[in-house]
Design a protein around this ligand. Structure first.
Ligand code: NAI
Length: 306
């Protein structure tokens, strides 16, 4: 398995590091526009190989897409992150041009690649990647829900006073502070609904903390987070490499599923060798359906800025 990661910044490098540590890819190519930056990150990461015991070969290139040829998976993290107080949507004017040009360069060199879009505003960037390439819709996946769900589980575990590994929960909808929908109704602790253990007020608080999970970190860090985003992307790349058919909420181009068309937005999907193997339509209650439609409207509004 050959993986290209475009953008050797905080998220791209974290993603490359997790992929290497899991030791399932033969090769990771880091690409960045900043002269020497990807080369430097790759060298630093390769100097972890003997310490962390991995065989993955990581190389870095400055904008040379010929080195990305025949990648199985490409991750797009190039672009600017938000600063404290900014919304993800405000990044569109800078990131749209970058994501379009990167997606075009990727498919020129790897026509059968599966692309995972990370750059924000992610749902709109995933939609743009569909428009900029002629890849089938299963081959472009937006990463947002996997991260938001991990943050949801973190907040649930904190409220329940139990390990995050005991908790299950999912966030669907747009990857934005107002658009994401933590599905508290379906969240469980060891298969038991979480409502058995905590009050509605506490659950409501968990939901709100989850929605601003990225903004909370941006305020603390002065830029957006990278460890959990990198881990979330590497888990998805691993599912493709191993054809594991693991389910992640992720941004998929919908064609009637959930009553939505011509939009990329977060819904549960089975991920395997073909990218999105199947979009899973779960039964939503009326309030959740209304929230998903509202979230889709907001994503369409951002898509309109392209
Ligand atoms: P960063 O600033 O650390 O790294 C971005 C890198 O992209 C920089 O090294 C820059 O030189 C490079 N770059 C810019 N234009 C390029 C081009 N045309 N070709 C190749 N490389 C280029 O930013 P960070 O923190 O890594 O975030 C990257 C993106 O990921 C941001 O848009 C951020 O908002 C997004 N993000 C998305 C998440 C999600 O859940 N979908 C989570 C966290 C971040």
């Amino acid at each position: 398995m050959k993986v290209t990661v475009v953008g050797a910044g905080a998220v791209g490098a974290s993603c490359a590091e997790y992929i290497a540590i899991k030791n399932f890819a033969e090769e990771v190519v880091l690409v960045d526009i900043k002269e020497g930056f990807a080369e430097g990150k790759a060298m630093d990461l390769m100097q972890c190989a003997s310490l962390n015991g991995f065989d993955t070969k990581i190389t870095g290139v400055t904008n040379d897409y010929s080195k990305t040829a025949d990648s199985d998976v490409a991750v797009i993290t190039s672009g600017i992150p938000r600063k404290p107080g900014m919304t993800r949507e405000e990044l569109i004017s800078t990131n749209a041009g970058i994501v379009k040009q990167v997606a075009e360069n990727l498919i020129k060199n790897s026509p059968n690649v599966t692309i995972i879009v990370v750059s924000n505003p992610m749902d709109t960037m995933a939609y743009l990647a569909h428009k900029a390439t002629s890849l089938p819709k299963n081959k472009i996946i937006g990463m947002g829900g996997a991260l938001d769900s991990a943050r949801f589980k973190y907040r649930l575990a904190e409220a329940l006073g139990c390990p995050a590994s005991d908790v299950d929960g999912m966030v669907i909808g747009g990857h934005s502070d107002t658009g994401m929908i933590p599905l508290t109704r379906l969240a469980t602790r060891n298969s038991v609904p979480v409502s058995k253990f905590i009050s509605n007020d506490k659950l409501e608080n968990v939901k709100e903390e989850t929605k601003v999970g990225g903004a909370t970190l941006t305020k603390l860090l002065g830029t957006s987070a990278w460890y959990a985003p990198g881990a979330a992307v590497s888990a998805m790349v691993h599912a493709i490499a191993n054809d594991s058919k693991k389910m992640f909420p992720c941004s998929c181009l919908l064609d009637g599923e959930y009553g939505l068309k011509d939009i990329s937005i977060g819904v549960p999907a089975i991920i395997g060798r073909n990218g999105i193997e199947e979009i899973v339509e779960i039964e939503l209650d009326d309030a959740e359906k209304a929230k998903l439609n509202e979230s889709a409207e907001a994503v369409r509004k951002t898509n309109g800025l392209l």
